[in-house]
Design a protein around this ligand. Structure first.
Ligand code: PHE
Length: 339
């Protein structure tokens, strides 16, 4: 068989399998060319050299031809595959859900919008607070039972002199604001707060919005008017009944807890009426000790402050029965209660 014949076999191989068979028959272990190369050793001198050169050239030619043919066949196979394949463009894409705003974020925004209407601006503070901002400056001295009442998370001591805690309320922002700004002050402080408490009605992390007004001649009437307006706007009802119940906070004097009137029937709880009362926030007149701790003169300026739990307000407004579900990250729940 001469080279022309080998080349013809290669060129006529109609698929990759046949081409491989041709390759093996020529260049495989027992292939024609391989055998011919082995046979060279029996020849002598010049003949061997000439024959060897000829065979090697032939081999290179065949290899090049095999490669070319393989490429050709591969491209043809690819082309045929593409011609065969069909994409069904009419198939609907998998449905995808757009995100929703978590009820806590939504309610924070609603609270913010109402107070913005009343001329309040927002202040924030760190989640890790020192003892002074979270307790002492708020008139909660060392060893005061109020420290235990708040189930504080303590941070491992960074220094001997200062104790750091996860803030147990947003009230430290009052201190920071009064120390860095001059009255008139009219701010709200929204954010997360932490207490080492976990049961059906308590989660270790929750949210508060604190309010603070400091100016000349501020009295409880201002507090009452401000909170009443807020609660009516927040619950979207003109006839929300509001009750101020005397209470105690170390940082306010006098202090009160605010209840709103509600009615319970077979469908649950309805805001309005006064068959029953629900506690919604704490408030009071800023204690003179607190004003002094912030460098203010209680003879010159007075203030009121209030603090509310965001989860509780969200539960009441949107009929969410279980506090813990706020923190479960359950997509179905979020789809149902989100905005
Ligand atoms: N800081 C109080 C708490 O977390 C709430 C509060 C704020 C009460 C401001 C009165 C005035 O319980």
């Amino acid at each position: 068989m001469d080279s022309t014949e080998h080349l013809a076999h290669i060129r006529h191989a109609s698929d990759l399998t046949t081409l491989e068979q041709v390759r093996v028959s020529l260049l495989g272990k027992k292939g024609v060319i391989t055998e011919a190369l082995k046979a060279l050793s029996a020849l002598d001198g010049d003949v061997r050299k000439a024959q060897g050169q000829m065979l090697n050239e032939q081999k290179q030619l065949l290899i090049a031809e095999l490669d070319a043919r393989r490429l050709e066949l591969e491209q043809r196979a690819e082309h045929e595959r593409l011609g065969r394949e069909r994409l069904d463009m009419s198939l609907d894409a998998a449905p995808w859900r757009t995100g929703r705003t978590h009820p806590i974020s939504a309610v924070m925004q609603e609270i913010h919008d109402i107070f913005a209407l009343m001329g309040f601006t927002v202040r924030t503070g760190p989640l890790i607070e020192d003892d002074d901002h979270n307790f002492s400056a708020l008139n909660i001295p060392d060893h005061h039972p109020a420290r235990q009442m708040q189930d504080t998370f303590y941070i491992d001591a960074a220094s001997e002199d200062t104790t750091y805690v996860l803030r147990t309320h947003t009230s430290p922002v009052q201190i920071r604001t009064m120390r860095s700004e001059q009255p008139p002050i009219r701010i709200i402080a929204p954010g997360s707060t932490f207490r080492s408490d976990s049961d059906v009605t308590h989660t270790p992390m929750f949210h508060q919005v604190e309010g603070l007004v400091v100016d000349r001649d501020i009295h409880m009437g201002h507090l009452k008017g401000c909170i009443s307006d807020f609660l009516r706007l927040f619950f979207g009802k003109d006839d929300v009944q509001i009750r101020f119940r005397p209470s105690f906070f170390p940082f306010t004097e006098p202090s009160a807890e605010i209840d709103i009137g509600c009615t319970r029937n077979k469908d649950g709880l309805i805001i309005g009426g006064n068959h029953d009362w629900l506690e919604v926030m704490g408030c009071g007149m800023v204690h003179p000790h607190v004003l002094r701790a912030c460098g203010l003169d209680p003879q010159q300026v007075q203030g009121f402050a209030f603090g509310m739990g965001v989860e509780r307000l969200a539960m009441l407004k949107y009929n969410i029965p279980d506090l813990r579900t706020f923190f479960d990250s359950d997509q179905h729940w979020l789809h149902h209660y989100g905005f």
